[in-house]
Ligand binder design. Sequence first.
Ligand code: NAI
Length: 454
Amino acid sequence: MVYDLIVIGAGPGGYVGAERAGHAGLSALLIEKRALGGVCLNEGCIPSKTLLNSAKIADYAKNGNQYGVSAENVKLDHTAVINRKNKAVRTLVAGVSMKMKNNGVTVVNGEAVITGRSTEGYQVKVDATVYTGKRLMIATGSEPAMPAIPGLKEGYAYGFVLTNREILDLKTLPEKLVIIGGGVIGLEMASYFNSAGCKVTVVEMLDHIAGPTDREISSILYNNYKKAGVDFKLSAKVTEITSDSVVFETSEGVQTVAADKVLVSIGRKPKIEGLGLENIHVQTERGRIVTDEHMQTNIPEVYAVGDVNGVSMLAHTAYREAEVCINTILGQKDRMRYHAIPSVIYTNPEVGSVGETEESAKEKGLEFDIVKLPLAYSGRYVAETSRGDGIIKVLIHRKYRTLLGVHIIGSYASEIIYGAAMMIETEMRVEDIRQIVFPHPTVGEVIREAMWEL
Ligand code: NAI
């Protein structure tokens, strides 16, 4: 048979694409070489959130006396945490499998290679079987970038150096964990392992953590984790990984930090090798597949969604890209917009951001005003948080009075930020937002509050 669509990769991009295709009545084949759900479900977003939730509960219990609650001998049982994580992952993977079934998607387990094109469509080989599809959706995701640091490859081979995949399955807690890269993965893992009682050191190349996050927000996060005991080595260049340490260089000279395990989290790169893209001449650029706003590659019937196109490496971006792709196939008008995609760092406190940061807005020469409020403007925040230093920072277009960016650090930031994304996406003005009734008491009310500070 000739499928309407062959989807390669069953992460958030691929499985949502297959699901929407099936829902619309297209015949869809989904090929996955590992597990349904991809990195997000099996070794990324979901497993890390189960770990971080346990860490948060432990931290609350340890600091319970601030809230009038006392608990003794609070311990985080790492084995139990990992078991619970595995259960959550199994439940969600089963859920994806069920969705595929309910939408008539055929699922094949194996590694796909695009072998060519015939008059009927594109050919994709899995083991000895060749499948044909009128269209292809490439959703193969990304893999950890591994820098060429002496000793890193060797350390990875014998389990001393880990990536996000292995660290989420560690059987025992390392006493000393060194994290190379203070970005999203590095910080989330620093958060868990620090709460679990490990000595955590983060070695970061830049002079700040959390990469493109608004600087003011990332420095609050930095101070929180420094206070909590995480050791940061900034502006540091890792020069070697030995069998029990990480060697790095700063302006103060060469230093060594002892490690039982090393996590490498310096970014991810799109997974395109071995896929056979050259067999149908799909255009790539600096290791990613080039796509337009309809998720089409240089070949109109070949689409690429999610991390593999390297535009915005986030699961929720992939969901939406997959939908844009299917709508385009169905002839419905749709296009991908990237300016209002929220991002979250699930540390404690959480960070939620959307739109321009102060730095990026300045760089673009935008004219804007800034409103900044402590989250203590929210009654719920005060009621629930002891000594919290959370803030909300809103960037407002000086002429149009629309929101350019919203940045929140503090409790519930992850759950609040989509509201701000909607305001940016729909181009609401300050005056429009003032007319919205927010539930009280909530932390999210600070957005409304901020609109009256202008
Ligand atoms: P990242 O890009 O967030 O951070 C990498 C960090 O490593 C940067 O701060 C960078 O300056 C630093 N770095 C690069 N080379 C280095 C070197 N040689 N030595 C020291 N530091 C170095 O990448 P990360 O944390 O690996 O995450 C990968 C992807 O996964 C990201 O695209 C992220 O958006 C996504 N992700 C998203 C999450 C979320 O939405 N909550 C959670 C985890 C990952």
